[in-house]
Write a protein that binds this ligand. Sequence first.
Ligand code: GSH
Length: 266
Amino acid sequence: MKHAQSAPLTLYTFAMSHYSEKIRWTLDASHIAFTEVCMTPVFHMAPALAMGRRGQTTLPILKTPKEAIQDSPRIVDWLARTQTTFALLPADLATEVRAVERRFDAIGKDVARALYAGGFGHADAQIRDLWTAHASPLQALVVRVGYPLIRWGFRQKLQIHAQRTALAQQRINEAMDWLEERIAQQGPNLVGGRFTVADITAASLLAPIACPDEHPVYSAASYREGMASAMRPWLGRPALTWVREVYARHRGTVGGGALHPTALAA
Ligand SMILES: N[C@@H](CCC(=O)N[C@@H](CS)C(=O)NCC(=O)O)C(=O)O
């Protein structure tokens, strides 16, 4: 049975994660109150495993009074099932919306891969700052001292090497090609002339490259400068203009209460 939001929800995220932004935005756009807990890489693993109970360490995780839901499409399922104010997955468009959601979820790791591949080495200071922006003093010390090792771990996990990074670029290009063709045919909403989870997913997953002004992390000067060379292959793409326009039109206030843009703006 659907019910209006009454009990508190907690969203566990990384501030800079595009999958986290997808759910943060979905909650904001649905006027569902939540508290955000921004986690620190490495230190997120044990809590994510314990909460998710799926043998996975990914964020976002949405904690409700009854359960913890890991994986953004599963969170969307839960919102659709339970929340009366959730109107971003109209029944008559659901199949198509979910297909577009899957299409852009599928390039999330490629976006991370491409950005870290370009950022590691010459934007390490910015990446260290991002990884420690919400850390306790002890966590920050561990991440700063252990940065070379953690970076190595990221390289292994995301398979950051020339061949895989080239494939990531190609897959991002294909997603942008699809998006540009779609908006040329259908106008600014990707499905059914309405703002849906399809638009939120595509815009969120490409936001780390589009750097919309409304996003507290991607709008920071240090982020934009640090990632500039990694983002260069897509400079001027209409798909990124679309992302910025969707943010300007629909993003509104960023909720959750845990993002501290000033900490990242230097
Ligand atoms: N399928 C997942 C993917 C989420 C994901 O890959 N999250 C990344 C951050 S952008 C993450 O948590 N990485 C750390 C880890 O895997 O331990 C979803 O849609 O929520």
